[in-house]
Structures are given as C-alpha cells and as structure tokens.
Design a binder for this molecule. Structure first.
Ligand SMILES: NC(=O)N[C@@H](CC(=O)O)C(=O)O
Ligand SMILES: [Zn+2]
Ligand SMILES: [Zn+2]
Length: 430
C-alpha cells in the first residue's frame, strides 16, 4: 500500500526545501523524495501539480468539547473539521466535562480519537483540579497517559502562588505550561475590549490589563521556577512586548495568536453586533492588531492557532451579554492565512509552515515531521489559488459560530495524510 504524490510544490523550511518534487509514501512513512520518481507496483498515483505540499499542520489550541458537551462538538466531528481545514493533528483543551484533570479522561480522549478521529489528537491536561485554581491536577497520571502540555485554558489561574506550585511540581515532567491570561478582579463580567466601542455599545468593558498582568506574572513565575511557558491567544501590543522582552532575556517563553485577533478588532463588533465576534480574550483595537501582525512577521509570535471554540446556534442567538465566548476556526484558519498574509506577500509559505506546523510541534514536544525519507507521512496539501466562500457548503464542525461566515477566501486544503492514510481527498473527508 502506498502513494506516489506527483509534482507538488514542496515547502519544508526545516530542510530548506522550496521546490517542485515528487513524494513517495509507503505504509505510514515517506520513503523517497525527488524529481520524476517512477510509479511502483500497487502505489496510487496522485497528481498534485499546482498544489503545495507541507509537513502536516498542527493546531495547538482546539476545544473538542468531548467528554461532556457533545452537542457543541465531539472528537469525531472536531477532528473531521480539523482534517477539512488541513490539519493532521490538534491539541485538545481540558475544559471538558469532566475536566481533563485526571489520567482516565486523557485515556478516554486518546481511545476515542484512535477509534473515530480523522487526525491525531494531542491532549492537554489541566494545571489545577477542576480548573478551580486551588489544587494541583493529577499531572503525573496524565503524563503517563499521554498529555503533551498543561493549561487551565478557559480560565486564568488567579493566584501567583498556585502558578508557582504548578510549575515547581510539574516541571519535572518537562511539559510546557500554557497560560490563559485573565485576571478576574479586573475583567469581571467584561464582554468586549474596554474602550470607546464598549462605552458606545454599553457592554461591560474588558481592559487589556486584565490579560497583560497575568502575562507579566507568568513570565516572572517561569523565570522563578525554570518552567517552560507558552502564552495562549495573545491579543495586545503590550502583552506581546512582554513576551518579546522575555525572549530577549533568554527565558523559555513562547506565544500564539489566532487569525481572528489578527484580522478583526472591536470596531467590527460595533459594525455587526454579531455574538460570533464575542470571544475570550476579546477582539482588541486596530493598533493591537497591527502590533500582532508585526510580531507574526518578526518572529515574536511563535505559533498560529485557532482556539476553535464551538457553541450551539441557540447559545449564540441570545443577547450579547448572555452569549458564550468563542468562535469556531479550524476550517478557515489556513485559508485566512493564505488569503490575508501569504497572498499579499506579508509572510512567505516557509513562515506559514513554521507558524502552523514546525513550531507548534516544537512547543508541544512532538516529534517533527519532515518531507524526507524516514519521516512519518503526516502531510498537508493545499491549493493556494482556489476561491471559495466560507460556509457556502456548510461546516464539518457541529457548530457554525464562525465570525468569517460568508467571506470569500483564496486557498484551501485539498488533501491530508495522517500516518500515510488519507483523511481528506480532493477536499472531501475520507
Ligand atoms: N476562547 C473562547 O472564547 N472560549 C473558549 C475558552 C478559552 O479559550 O479561553 C471556550 O472554551 O469556549
Ligand atoms: Zn483561553
Ligand atoms: Zn481556548
């Protein structure tokens, strides 16, 4: 069993490859990369001319909602949506029900992913019991069952002492600590970014400082404990500058940004009053957006993630203040990045691959995939020229709370291989 992938434009910055090449897959591995490779017995030939072929994309921030909130998403539908979006793997967040804070929940997620998944699932586990911020989760048990990272995503840990305890104890496992930064005493019932728009709309304000204070604090805790720190869904210029300074200091600090925080700002809420734009942390200002874009280009931003946060239509159909935070994103992120950053030449395909494939694996400590013989055949193929409309053919996700619904985008994943098996073929789930 195998495939001969013909004539794709292969981009793998880790190897310095940026060329039209053929790739041969046998079983779960890449076995040959070169020009004009000859077909072999039993291998299926796929013509990828005009397409790009890159190491499989990994989204390191995804809410699969399983166990517990399967009416929003489950492991089958969430990984199906991921494959449709071009991903070969996702890191699942622990704000499930029950919370992913014990080994048995981790084992459930991995077993279910093996059974029904359309891509790999790399589970993260909670830092504190029940995301309560009061007591340690069962970190060692979860590491034994396969978590790749720790995070209380969905909530900020309120006490600096608790963050320190988590890091001091948990750093022996050599996993990254990922911080959702939100000071509840400042944010309170905040709905959108604090500024003229929140005043005009009469929506409770969420100050930038409610995020930045915990970014600064967690960098201090990483320095104090020696633990690896990753700032999740960063949204403000000052927050990004804190990460920039930590890196200059040589601390093991990384950060991620979402397409929505790169492309939308609080003024878009004024324009649309769309609850799909209600997200945690909130859409910030135009100036923040520009700062995040600069960080994407200069390397301060390490990873591009979606924070795919599915919610049922009826939940988002409520008054703004009652609607839950979050938007879906896993079916649109590659296309948004191709359309708004690669096509206009703001970043190259090589930087895109770093942001969406290589660096997420590095941060999570997952073995790299390379377009080279011997590597696992986790591969993403996309057409950078196809024009399509978001949501026109529905979504693979169970939820449709997509802030980009109806937008025309250029570029889309066409084929995805996970361990040498196709999970997306010519744009359709296998
Ligand atoms: N991002 C969101 O707006 N919502 C996330 C929680 C989170 O990522 O903090 C969710 O679980 O719905
Ligand atoms: Zn979060
Ligand atoms: Zn999240």
């Amino acid at each position: 069993m195998g495939f001969l992938l013909k004539g794709a434009h292969v981009v793998d910055p880790a190897l310095g490859i940026d060329d039209v090449l053929d790739v041969r897959i046998e079983n779960d591995r890449i076995v040959e990369v070169g020009s004009e490779l000859a077909a072999s017995d039993g291998a299926e030939l796929l013509d990828f001319s005009g397409k790009y072929l890159v190491p499989g994309l990994v989204d390191m921030h995804v809410h699969l909602r399983d166990p517990g909130q399967e009416y929003k998403e489950d492991i089958e539908s969430g990984t199906r949506a991921a494959a449709k979006g071009g991903f070969t793997g996702v890191c699942s967040m622990p704000n499930t029900d029950p919370v992913t804070d014990t080994g048995s929940v981790v084992s459930y997620i991995l077993a279910r992913a093996a059974e029904v998944g359309h891509c790999r699932v790399y589970p993260s586990g909670a830092m504190t019991h029940g995301l309560g911020g009061e007591a340690l989760s069962e970190m060692g048990d979860m590491v034994e069952r396969g978590v790749v990272a720790f995070t209380d995503d969905g909530r900020g840990i309120q006490g600096a002492g608790m963050v320190r305890t988590c890091m001091d104890y948990g750093k022996m496992f050599d996993k990254v600590f990922m911080s959702h930064c939100q000071d509840e005493s400042l944010v309170g019932a905040g709905q959108i970014n604090e500024g003229p728009v929140s005043t005009k709309l009469g929506l409770a304000p969420w100050p930038a400082e409610g995020e930045e204070i915990q970014i600064a604090r967690d960098i201090d805790m990483a320095r104090l404990t020696g633990a690896k720190l990753h700032i999740q869904h960063i949204t403000t210029e000052r927050g990004l500058n804190l990460v920039r300074a930590a890196k200059q200091e040589g601390l093991p600090v990384t950060c991620e940004v979402t397409p929505h925080h790169l492309l939308l700002c609080d003024e878009d809420i004024d324009r649309t009053y769309d609850t799909n734009l209600k997200v945690n942390p909130p859409l910030r200002t135009k100036a923040d957006l520009a700062a995040l874009r600069a960080g994407l280009v200069d390397g301060t931003v390490d990873a591009l993630v979606t924070d795919h946060a599915p919610h049922a239509a009826w939940e988002k159909a409520r008054e703004f203040a009652l609607a839950p935070f979050g938007m879906t994103g896993i079916e649109t992120s590659l296309a948004l990045m191709l359309t708004h950053f690669v096509k206009p030449g703001i970043i190259g395909f090589d930087r895109l691959v770093e942001l969406m494939s290589i660096v997420p694996r590095r941060i999570l400590g997952i073995k790299q995939v390379q377009i080279a013989p011997g590597s696992l055949a986790d591969i993403t193929v996309f057409d950078p020229t196809v024009v399509w409309t978001v949501g026109a053919d529905g979504y693979e996700s169970k939820s449709s709370n997509c802030a980009f619904h109806g937008r025309e985008l250029t570029g889309r994943a066409t084929d995805v291989f996970v361990g040498g098996a196709m999970s997306l073929r010519e744009g359709s789930i296998v």
